[in-house]
Write a protein that binds this ligand. Sequence first.
Ligand code: F6P
Length: 319
Amino acid sequence: MKKIGVLTSGGDSPGMNAAIRAAVRTAYTDEIAVVGIRRGYSGLLDEEFIDMDYSSVGGIMEKGGTVLRSSRCEEFRTEEGRAKAADLLRSNGIDALVVIGGEGSLNGAKLLMDENGIPVIGLPGTIDNDIAMTDMCIGVDTCLNTCVETIQKLKDTASSHERAFVVEVMGRNSGYVALASGMAVGAEAIIVPELPVDYEAIAEKIWNERKRGKINCIIVVAEGASSAYTVARHVEHRIGYETRITILGHIQRGGSPTAFDRVLASRMGYASVKALEEGKAGMMMSLNGGKIKGIPLEEVLSHKKELDMELMEMAKILS
Ligand code: F6P
């Protein structure tokens, strides 16, 4: 293997730059050339290639976003698009590809390999933490810290005015971000897509706590379960608080990565190049019981990540 390509695809997540840096520097040390592919699969199809070396990734680890930029590419969803991408990789002498992104991006990488024989390694990069067979994805920890910092601020003003805040967080179809951030701020209710919403029970619990003397209330709702507006409409007249709404939105995707995300992304980026050097491909690097392991993409993509229901129960008891 003489040359590898690296790209970031789909929704960006904090820590992607640390993964790029690690892949580039590991390859550089092992005398493998690296081409950075800009704008994900779109840039691959447009041949937006840049040579990268040791110094070109200096100072990027602490940056949010992705220096390679990202996109969601319709053309790459087609077999013809992927065949074109494979031809372009071959004609540019790129022997293998490291793809950093979410489930859709990893699925694209798998199809590129299955249909065209391009060796790929995937790294799970998404704030949603919805990829199976890895404990954590790159960017989740930073996202959670952003949520906690922001909701904590809302709690301050909620207490001053004796109000309830309904906070909508991202996560696509997963309730992980809502559950973990809600638990970390001691939210009075957490609404996730994995469980049916019982507005009656939520309103009753909050009203009872209000009667007992609570002066603020935080309800965290995952975007995949409902919207903050719908939740507020259902509960605001029954909980004894004036209610306000906050949608955290894309603020959750930005910011300098936490130490956890920097280390995780560095370990995964390093492992991706080492795996390719050992002739492995069609795998995702995953965090598994503290260790970085290569798991076949086939296995990863055929499983659904389950929400930890014990944690959900615990959050309810502790709030
Ligand atoms: O997958 C990451 C994510 O931020 C989801 O949580 C969210 O649903 C989606 O991407 C938003 O996508 P876009 O940035 O295209 O609006």
